[in-house]
Write a protein that binds this ligand. Structure first.
Ligand code: TMP
Length: 201
């Protein structure tokens, strides 16, 4: 049976690496897993990603709606068909990113975001959300030098609110969340992830 696993966390938490490791592991175990990211994973999603990360002239409400548009497209075009075929989906960010960044980070209404998430996903929820928790300072220290995108260039306080937001979201739904210390070695984390995903298959 396929599973839907999402990796969440702040900047530099290691989500992308861990999502890749899990997708490969599933494939090695004979499970046709697809690795996708948000925003992205579809033609519309990838162009919205470039727009949202590239320029900071989008107001908070428009930003929220564009993330939702990317999500709605990804759910219908990729996630639901793959799960229906019995495959797995490993996604780098999903609904909780919007609660954390646009809700806790930007201060938009958490209720509104939850309602929009419900509409954009048709109520689809991951079987497991993995939160890679790391301090803001350590996360940014891991990022390669170079240009900062719209979100990376937000103030430290923004990223602190995002981190606290994630911990609240995960704490409110422990059955669906696995919270791991993102500062631990890569192999330790991937082992813990696999131990928690295996029983879901
Ligand atoms: P990343 O894939 O490098 O983490 O880039 C995605 C950026 O978009 C990241 O800074 C978080 C942000 N983001 C939101 O603000 N809201 C969302 O709903 C999603 C999916 C991402």
């Amino acid at each position: 049976m396929g599973v839907f696993v999402v990796f969440e966390g702040g900047e530099g938490a290691g989500k992308t690496t861990q999502a890749r490791v899990l997708a490969r592991r599933l494939q090695r175990e004979g499970n046709p897993a697809v690795l996708i990211r948000e925003p992205g994973g579809t033609s519309l999603g990838e162009s919205l990603r470039r727009r949202l990360k590239g320029r900071s002239d989008v107001n908070p409400l428009s930003e929220l709606l564009l993330f939702m548009a990317a999500r709605a497209q990804l759910v219908e075009e990729v996630i639901v068909p793959r799960l229906r075929q019995g495959g797995s989906v490993v996604c780098d960010r999903f609904s909780a990113s919007t609660l954390a960044y646009q809700g806790y980070g930007r201060g938009l209404s958490l209720e509104t975001i939850a309602e929009l998430n419900q509409v954009a996903t048709g109520g689809l929820q991951p079987d497991l959300n993995v939160l890679l928790d790391i301090t803001v300072v350590s996360g940014f220290a891991r990022k390669r030098d170079g240009g900062k995108d719209t979100f990376e260039s937000q103030a430290t306080e923004f990223h602190e609110r995002v981190r606290e937001g994630y911990l609240k979201i995960a704490g409110g739904a422990p059955a669906r969340w696995l919270v791991l210390d993102g500062a631990k070695p890569k192999d330790t984390i991937s082992g813990q992830v696999w131990e928690n995903v295996k029983p879901l298959l």
